[in-house]
Design a protein around this ligand. Structure first.
Ligand code: GLC
Length: 423
């Protein structure tokens, strides 16, 4: 069977009727940015089904505009922390109480290109605008869009979060719990117990304040700026503005998005760590920078942001890292003592990150690096299959197999290459 057919089959097997789960067993619900990437892949062969992925995700939106990281349409005893642990949340469908990187606007713009997409864009524009407004209102601290939970960043146990987590105490009254992830997966691939206790401490705090999002940002136990959320949102704001203009939206809507973009451009500099020559996470309360180059550091290209000096140093770091691994782009710097080739966000290559990084590099004229980031992931997929992530030294698959966004990214690239070939 061709890899293309296998990719389509993988997505079909993870289809739960209008939405796609990341993989059976480990992740049995609808995840936010996973669904956006799934739509990108599914759109290459079934636009109606791709669109259902997007509208079903929006069904989980809260009245305050937030689209949560997970939408719980059922209660699967095999998953923790499920709906009961997150308590009473605010959407019509049970969900988590935090969000995820907002790639949706960018995906919608990409898959609805052309006049026939106008109706679809009109259908979702207001919902996406409200979500971005929520990030800019409820998650902004000191002028920076912040994050309150490593899970919100989509990069769960990246060593970036250590400086924020080190400052936290585990809640003395944390209700006991049983992890389920380690039943599905070798614990050596997963976050540690102490990290898990801290993740649950933040959830416990959120429940105690009835998921008041402003209070969660202002008073919560964890408050960091994340280059992933920052650059993804900045790019998404730019795509939202382009769509707003094409749709002839009123001046106040366009002006609002222009103001968000200006705020975002200013914040890019806040994340610049001159010592490392890299964009890194930063603890907002102390100003401390994280200590390594991650696989979102180069998303400055994707957001078309940063100075030429910052971009040149970022590209130098990418070339240095490429000389240390067989497969770009590791999630953490292989020269860092915290690098672990198989442990989740401490080293493995993540398909959706390679996708965005390659797209940004290609758009900004870094064709060679873009090709390397894309081709290395394709080699890993050809060698090992559609895994959640890959060991950057060997290309072996890690954590979940038969993974939706890996199949989707693959399909999207195959489609783009075909289009390039035709042109
Ligand atoms: C993990 C990843 C996150 C992803 C989720 C479902 O938690 O860190 O980014 O959305 O799995 O695939």
């Amino acid at each position: 069977m061709s890899l293309k057919q296998l990719a389509i089959d993988t997505l079909a097997k993870n289809d739960r009727g209008g939405f796609t789960i990341p993989t059976a067993g480990l992740y049995p619900y609808q995840w936010n940015w996973d669904s956006a990437f799934c739509a990108l892949g599914i759109a290459t062969y079934d636009m109606d089904r791709a669109w259902a992925e997007i509208t079903s995700l929006i069904e989980g939106q809260w009245p305050n505009g937030m689209i949560p990281s997970i939408i719980f349409r059922s209660d699967d005893p095999d998953y923790f922390p499920g709906p009961s642990r997150w308590g009473k949340t605010h959407g019509t469908i049970p969900s988590t109480g935090v969000s995820q990187p907002p790639v949706l606007a960018t995906v919608v713009r990409q898959i609805t290109e052309g006049p026939s997409g106008a109706v679809r864009r009109a259908e979702v524009f207001d919902a996406i605008f409200a979500w971005h407004k929520w990030f800019h209102d409820a998650r902004t601290a000191n002028g920076i869009v912040a994050t309150v939970h490593p899970w919100e960043t989509g990069r769960d146990n990246c060593p970036e979060w250590n400086i924020g987590l080190d400052q936290m105490e585990i809640a003395a009254d944390l209700p006991p719990y049983q992890r389920m992830d380690n039943k599905h997966i070798n614990p050596e691939y997963r976050p540690t117990q102490e990290q898990y206790d801290k993740y649950l401490t933040i959830v416990h705090f959120g429940v105690s304040i009835d998921w008041d999002q402003r209070r969660l940002t202002d008073e919560g136990p964890f408050l960091m700026a994340d280059p992933n959320i920052h650059f993804v949102l900045l790019r998404a704001d730019k795509d939202l503005l382009a769509m707003a203009k094409e749709m002839g939206k009123p001046a106040q809507v366009c002006d609002q998005i222009v103001a968000w973009i200006a705020k975002g451009e200013a914040a890019t500099d806040y994340l610049w760590n001159e010592d490392l020559g890299a964009f890194t996470a930063r603890d907002i309360r102390t100003g401390t920078f994280s200590t390594g180059f991650s696989n979102c550091s180069a998303l400055c290209f994707y957001a078309d942001s940063g100075t030429s000096h910052q971009r040149a140093r970022t590209a130098d770091n990418l070339r240095r890292i490429a000389s240390k691994v067989d497969y770009m782009l590791p999630s953490w710097d292989p020269d860092s003592p915290d690098f672990e080739a198989q442990r989740y966000w401490c080293g493995p290559v993540w398909p959706q990150m390679n996708y965005m990084t390659a797209q940004g590099l290609a758009e900004q004229g870094e064709a060679e690096l873009a090709r390397e980031v894309r081709d290395d992931l394709c080699r890993a997929i050809e060698k090992s299959g559609f895994w959640e992530c890959f060991n950057p030294l060997t290309g072996e698959g890690c954590v979940g197999s038969n993974f939706s966004w890996t199949a989707a990214v693959w399909l999207s690239w195959q489609h783009e290459t075909k289009l390039e070939g035709v042109a």
